[in-house]
Design a protein around this ligand. Sequence first.
Ligand code: NAI
Length: 386
Amino acid sequence: MRKTIYWIEGDGIGPDVWKAARPVIDAAVRHAYGEERALEWKELLAGEKALKETGTLLPDDTLEALRHAELAIKGPLGTPVGTGFRSLNVTLRQTLDLYACIRPIRAFPGIASPVKHPERVNMIVFRENTEDVYAGIEYEAGTPEAKRLVAFLRDELGADVNAAAAVGIKPMTERASKRLTRAAIRHALEHGLPSVTLVHKGNIMKYTEGAFRRYGYDVAATEFADRTVTEADLRAGKANAAGKVIVRDRIADAMFQEALLHPETYSVLATPNLNGDYLSDALAAQVGGLGLAPGVNRSDTLAFFEATHGTAPNLAGTDRANPGSLILCGALMLEHMGWNEAANRLNNAMNTILAAGSLTEDLAAQTAGARTVGCTEFGELVQQAL
Ligand code: NAI
């Protein structure tokens, strides 16, 4: 069996981490299945490489291939700050309707962490990916658009907005909130996970974040009634948790505390866009693995895996970058495909090498007794440990 994987090299350290990661991913498949299964890699252009070869950052051919693809994986793409240029990542997510950004977070043996018990963290964040303040509807202070919008808010709706304000809009819909929570609950059920926690700021933003919470409970009650139970019903003694996924909610600020104080209580988190952005990075940092975190953006047809770090331009071409995030993206992708034997081998090999203290400089710098290895050598070591 051969599976087509579309891949985007990415900018900055993209070429470095791919050179180390791809042979390891292929080797994991070979070790698990011999010649019976293989990945067929097809490159798509995006970012600086696309600009150089085609004159555009995101060629139509790339989007067209992705529209019909099932599996894709990308390195980091650069985004200039504060210019009119829209992020390529955001454009890809919106154009392809990649509505769920999914990031598993667990501790790795041997990786230094700022908390005492990183091993208690084992969560997976489902972050809504298409709306909220990320929708890009924002007007700069003093522009005719901002002035018109502020005048409308003041004059027509009686809102107390400073006339000199910049304004951003936070659209959130029932459809997007529900499909995100649906995906999170399905994941919990399919993987036998104990709970789904809706993370929101509904106490302050009642009709956006508050509605996200309500829609989440609606989905649980109407679509998964016999397989979920709410924490409120459990506490009231009205229900039994046996064999069911517990659905609960937490206000986002309290969730950050909970993640530090009682991480073992939480499993799947379902969040609107911005909360999920903050939370997934904070959780990854909590286990010391920000540079190791894998992620996937999903639509109903495409699973688009991505290394979650940026382009690290200072390390580009120096063989010093950490390819771990991309390797773990490979493991996540193999798991998603149901190629579990290969995924397990890859995860175990990563654990072995990290625990042995052979680390790229970003991790070695914070780990006593570590041996610093380059990007290529790290990949080779993981391959030997498969
Ligand atoms: P960054 O993740 O590139 O760098 C932050 C720090 O982490 C730097 O010190 C860097 O050297 C280090 N670092 C990152 N990845 C590493 C790796 N694999 N191995 C070793 N060290 C690593 O974030 P920054 O500087 O904020 O962004 C740089 C560019 O990347 C920007 O244009 C940004 O928009 C883009 N970016 C792209 C992302 C994506 O494509 N998914 C995600 C985040 C940023």
